[in-house]
Design a protein around this ligand. Structure first.
Ligand code: AMP
Length: 590
C-alpha cells in the first residue's frame, strides 16, 4: 500500500515525500484508513519510534476545517521534548496546507509568549498536560470547538502523575469530539482511561501488547554487583561504534557513572533532573548530533529524547517497575533499524529477567562478558577498518610524503602496520593485559551464598541474627545499615530488630523469613571498595576474627577507588605518575 492508496491527500503527500517517507510504516497502514474514513475513537498500542506521529498527525491535519480560526485538534504529550518534536513534525507535514497553524504549549518557557501565539490562532495545539491546564484556568485558551483530542504516550502521562490534569482538560472539550489514545503499554490505568473517556474505541495493536520492539535483541550479562561499572566499560570497549543510552535508577548513580566514564576517557555525559533545563538541552543536543556516544540518564530525564538510531540501550540497573523496561528498550530498534537492549544484572536480579521475558514474550540471551583479549581483538580490527576507510587529504599530505617514505624505508609493510596501529592499540593492551574475568560462575556463587546462609538461627519470635563486617571503624550508623538493606531488598518490607554495632562488625536481627534474601542481596557487594561480608552470625570470636581479616586484607590494597579493579599495571603507572607529579611540584617550589 502507498500513502496515496491509504487516502492521504496530495498536499500532505508532497510534504511527506520531501521528508523521505516512501512507504507507510505498519502503524500507519493500520491507523490511517480508519481515522481518515470515519469519526471514531481509537486506541493505538504502539511503541515510540514506530511512526505513530504521522499515523495520527496526517489525519488530524487532513480533517481540519481551515475556513475558521478555532482550535480543532488538541494533542497531549508527556514531556516538553516530545511536545516540541510532535509540533515540528506536524508543521512539516502541513507545509503545503494553508492556515494550518500549529502551536506548542509546554512548561519551562514563557506563558505570556505562548498566550500570544495562541491568540494569533492555533488550529492545532500540541501541549503538555500541566501547562495547558494552567492556561485553561487562566482562560488563555478556548477548547470548545475541538474535534479531535490525541493522548500520546498515555501510559507515560499517567506514570508522571498527570491524571488530574487530563480529567480537567478533557472536561473543557465537547462530548462530540473523537479521542485517539496512543500508548506503548496497556497497564490497567490506561485501560481504565480508555474506558472512561472513549466511546467504543477501535483498538489497533502494532506488534503484541506490552511487547518489546520486534527488531530488538534482548541480552543480559551476569556479574557481581561490584563489577557493574567494569562490565559497562567492557561493553563500551567491545563496541567501538556504540551510540547508547545507559539507564540508571537514581540521579546520584547517573552522575557517578557518567563522571567515572568521563574520567576514564569515554565520550559520555549525564542527563538527570538535577541539571537545569539549559544544561539538559545542551547535553541532549550534543547527544542528538552524535558529539556524545553515551548518554547516562534517568528514566524521567530521558523521556521525550527522540533519537532513532541508537545501537544499544543499556540497563545499568533494571528498573523497579518492569513495564519501564519496555520503554527503555523501545528506544532502540526504531524506524526499521535493529538494536540491542542490554541488562547488567547480578544473581539476585536474575529473576527479574524472567518476569520481563514473560511480559515482552521474548527470550533474553545471556552473553558472556568479553575477556580482555577479545576486547583488544575487536579494537584492533576496528582500527584496521578505520585505516581502510579514513578520508585521506592527498593534497595536504603529499608534500611531506617523499621525506617520510625515505625515513621509513628500512621498515617492511608489516612492521609499518604494527607500529601505526600500536600508537592507539597499546593503551588497550596495557589496560586489558591482566584484566579479570568478570563473568559470574553461577553454580559456585550459589554455593557460596548457601554457605553464608547455613546455620541461620531463628529465635522464638522468628528473628534471625546476621553479621556484617562493618562497624564503628567504618563510622557506620544503624540508620545507614537499615537504608542499605532497604535499598537492596526494595521489593519487600523487611522487619529489622536489634542492631548491635562493634568496632569491626555489627549484628543485625532481621525477620528470619528474609535472612537468606538479605545475604544474597549483599553477596558480591562492596562498601567503600571493601568486599562486604553479610552472613549468618556464628560466635562473637569467629565473627570478630573474620571481620578483622577482611579489614586487614583490604587495608593492604587501600588507595584503590572506583577504578579499583584496574589492572595492576595501570595502578602501578598511576602511582608512578602521581609520584612524578609530586616530585615536580616539590622541585618547582624549591
Ligand atoms: P515516530 O514514532 O512518529 O516518532 O517516528 C519515528 C521516526 O520514523 C521519525 O523520525 C519519523 O520521521 C520516521 N518516520 C515515520 N514514518 C515514516 C515513513 N513512513 N517512512 C520513513 N520514516 C518515517
Amino acid at each position: 500500500m502507498t500513502f496515496e492508496e491509504l487516502g492521504i491527500e496530495s498536499r500532505l503527500l508532497k510534504a511527506i515525500t520531501e521528508m523521505g517517507f516512501e512507504k507507510p510504516m505498519p502503524v500507519q497502514e493500520q491507523v490511517l484508513p480508519v481515522l481518515l474514513a470515519e469519526d471514531t475513537d481509537l486506541v493505538g498500542l504502539a511503541q515510540t519510534g514506530t511512526g505513530k506521529t504521522a499515523a495520527f498527525g496526517l489525519p488530524a491535519i487532513q480533517r481540519l476545517d481551515t475556513g475558521n480560526p478555532s482550535t480543532e485538534v488538541l494533542i497531549l504529550s508527556p514531556t516538553r521534548e516530545l511536545c516540541l518534536q510532535i509540533a515540528k513534525d506536524l508543521k512539516q507535514y502541513s507545509k503545503y496546507v494553508e492556515d494550518c497553524s500549529v502551536v506548542a504549549v509546554y512548561g519551562g518557557a514563557s506563558i505570556e509568549v505562548q498566550k500570544k501565539e495562541l491568540k494569533n490562532g492555533a488550529k492545532i495545539i500540541v501541549a503538555t498536560p500541566g501547562r495547558i491546564h494552567d492556561m485553561i484556568r487562566r482562560r488563555y485558551v478556548d477548547l470548545s470547538q475541538v474535534k479531535v483530542v490525541v493522548l500520546d504516550e498515555a501510559d507515560e502521562m499517567l506514570d508522571m502523575g498527570f491524571k488530574d490534569d487530563l480529567d480537567a482538560i478533557l472536561e473543557q472539550t465537547p462530548d462530540t469530539k473523537n479521542t485517539w489514545l496512543f500508548s506503548a503499554t496497556m497497564p490497567d490505568e490506561v485501560a481504565r482511561i480508555a474506558k472512561g473517556y472513549m466511546n467504543n474505541p477501535q483498538e489497533i495493536t502494532v506488534g503484541t501488547r506490552n511487547s518489546g520492539a520486534q527488531n530488538v535483541r534482548h541480552c543480559y550479562y551476569l556479574v557481581q554487583a561490584k563489577d557493574r561499572y567494569l562490565a559497562l566499560k567492557r561493553i563500551a570497549d567491545f563496541n567501538p561504534n556504540i551510540y547508547a543510552i545507559i539507564f540508571c535508577r537514581t540521579r546520584t548513580e547517573t552522575q557517578e557513572v557518567a563522571t567515572a566514564l568521563i574520567r576514564d576517557g569515554y565520550n559520555a555525559d549525564a542527563l538527570h533532573g538535577d541539571l537545569s533545563q539549559p544544561q539538559r538541552d545542551h547535553v541532549m543536543n550534543r547527544f542528538r548530533c552524535k558529539n556524545l556516544q553515551m548518554l547516562v540518564a534517568t528514566d524521567v530525564a530521558a523521556r521525550g529524547l527522540d533519537v532513532s538510531n541508537l545501537t544499544h540501550v543499556i540497563n545499568y540497573n533494571l528498573p523497579d517497575e518492569i513495564e519501564v523496561y519496555t520503554h527503555r528498550s523501545g528506544r532502540t530498534g526504531r524506524a526499521d533499524k535493529t538494536g540491542i537492549s542490554i541488562a547488567i544484572v547480578n544473581l539476585r536480579e536474575k529473576h527479574k529477567i524472567k518476569k520481563i521475558e514473560a511480559m515482552i514474550k521474548k527470550k533474553f540471551e545471556q552473553l558472556p562478558i568479553p575477556t580482555g583479549m577479545e576486547v583488544c581483538q575487536k579494537q584492533f580490527f576496528n582500527m584496521i577498518h578505520r585505516v581502510e576507510h579514513v578520508d585521506v587529504n592527498y593534497d595536504e599530505i603529499n608534500p611531506f610524503i617523499g621525506e617520510v617514505v625515505k625515513q621509513l624505508e628500512w621498515m617492511d609493510k608489516e612492521e609499518l602496520i604494527r607500529r601505526f596501529v600500536s600508537i592507539e592499540f597499546n593503551r588497550f593492551l596495557e589496560y586489558y593485559r591482566n584484566a579479570p574475568d568478570l563473568n559470574v560462575k553461577e553454580k559456585e556463587e550459589r554455593k557460596a551464598i548457601e554457605k553464608k546462609a547455613k546455620n541461620t538461627v531463628h529465635d522464638d519470635s522468628g528473628m534471625a541474627r546476621l553479621m556484617i563486617n562493618l562497624g564503628y571503624k567504618d563510622k557506620i550508623q544503624p540508620q545507614r545499615l537499615i537504608g542499605m538493606i532497604n535499598d537492596r531488598c526494595r521489593d519487600t518490607k523487611i522487619k529489622i530488630g536489634k542492631i548491635d554495632i562493634s568496632e569491626l562488625f555489627t549484628y543485625i536481627d532481621v525477620d528470619g523469613n528474609y535472612a537468606n534474601d538479605i545475604i544474597e542481596a549483599f553477596h558480591g557487594e562492596t562498601y567503600r571498595g571493601r568486599p562486604i561480608i553479610m552472613q549468618a552470625a556464628k560466635s562473637k570470636r569467629k565473627d570478630k576474627d573474620e571481620a578483622r581479616k577482611s579489614y586487614q586484607e583490604h587495608k593492604k590494597t587501600q588507595g584503590r577507588s572506583y577504578n579499583d579493579a584496574k589492572p595492576r599495571n595501570d595502578r602501578r603507572n598511576d602511582r608512578k605518575a602521581e609520584k612524578r607529579d609530586r616530585d615536580s611540584r616539590k622541585k618547582r617550589r624549591r
